[in-house]
Design a protein around this ligand. Structure first.
Ligand SMILES: NC(=O)c1ccc[n+]([C@@H]2O[C@H](COP(=O)([O-])OP(=O)(O)OC[C@H]3O[C@@H](n4cnc5c(N)ncnc54)[C@H](OP(=O)(O)O)[C@@H]3O)[C@@H](O)[C@H]2O)c1
Length: 296
């Protein structure tokens, strides 16, 4: 018998006992709420964060909230490809299986910044990290099938700027368009990967969590903090924002469903550009090039 999450997900989620789930960006917001819900369903949850202090605090909160001893913390700055590679190695060495990968960590940057690999930071963290971590863990997901990949995208994909002659926004930088472009990349990546894994027992879906009151944007100085505080009363709680991630990671209803975008636990159509086969191939090839050892 499946247990029902106390997050009041509108469908019954499966008992996740014995399932190993990894959630990135689980030190805050939607990721922490997702990790909490999965732990509550009985999963062994690998909490990924980049700060030891915030990571330990989040792991403790999740453990206390769920009364679960099955929470492990792994640290990696996902804007750095060498840290992603180290994280993947640690996960492959430490766990015999991986049933659910939730790519959730994300940022918005008001100003253009580059990562240690010399790549525009929003594109690197929000898209390339999803791409590279999934690639490195893919064989283990296939061996653990049935398995699920859940990519946290956004409605912002509809207004994103993603240009093959300017992947890294060197010619033009507008924070919201760059953020939206990275979320468009999440949707394109989801559709492409779902096709590639169709016969392998691994489903791949993405979602928009709604407008959720989290720490998103607070890395942008007082303006980011102010905007986030002003919007808070109008936004949903992280627990509510995590519902669709948890639904895709754990529900019976989502079993076997792949290559879809969900809002409020329901499939929804995405923008025309997100279904552009040429753009999809260009993005895949560029992501492969940028994450090949040696980086950009
Ligand atoms: N909030 C919304 O309304 C909304 C709407 C649509 C989509 N989303 C998507 O939801 C996802 C979660 O965001 P959120 O709203 O929950 O924001 P959040 O509270 O700011 O959480 C973001 C998480 O990502 C982590 N992170 C950021 N950069 C990282 C890096 N370089 N390496 C490792 N971890 C990193 C953060 O870690 P730290 O704790 O170290 O900062 C944090 O755990 C994102 O993909 C976002 O695009 C959010």
């Amino acid at each position: 018998m499946g247990r029902t999450s106390t997050l009041r997900v509108p469908v019954t989620n499966e008992d996740m006992d014995g399932r190993i789930c990894l959630v990135t960006g689980a030190t805050s917001g939607i990721g922490e709420a997702t990790a909490t819900a999965l732990a509550r369903l009985g999963a062994h949850v690998i909490v990924v964060g980049r700060s030891a202090e915030r990571g330990e605090a989040a792991a403790l909160r999740i453990s206390r909230a769920t009364d679960s001893a099955s929470i492990d913390l792994r640290l990696a700055d996902l804007s750095s490809q060498s840290e992603i590679r180290r994280l993947a190695r640690e996960v492959l060495d430490a766990y015999p299986a991986l049933h659910v990968l939730v790519n959730n960590a994300g940022v918005t940057n008001l100003r253009r910044e580059e990562t240690v690999d010399g790549i525009e930071s929003t594109f690197a963290t929000n898209h390339l990290a999803y791409f590279l971590l999934t690639d490195l863990l893919c064989d283990r997901l296939i061996e653990s099938a049935p398995a699920r990949v859940v990519n946290v995208a956004s409605h912002a994909h509809t207004f994103g700027r993603l240009e093959p002659d300017d992947w890294q926004s060197e010619q033009e930088y507008s924070a919201m368009k760059v953020y939206g472009g990275s979320k468009l990349a999440n949707v394109l990546f989801t559709y492409d990967l779902a096709r590639r894994l169709e016969t392998k027992g691994v489903t791949v879906n993405c979602l928009h969590p709604g407008a959720v009151a989290t720490r998103m944007g607070r890395n942008n100085g007082w303006l980011g903090v102010l905007a986030s505080l002003l919007m808070k009363p109008f936004f949903a709680s992280p627990a509510k924002g995590a519902r669709t991630s948890v639904y895709l990671a754990a529900s019976k209803e989502a079993e076997g469903v792949t290559g879809r975008y969900f809002v409020n636990c329901k499939p929804k159509e995405t923008s025309e550009r997100s279904r552009d086969a040429v753009l999809s191939k260009q993005l895949w090839d560029e992501s492969r090039r940028l994450t090949a050892r040696g980086g950009a």
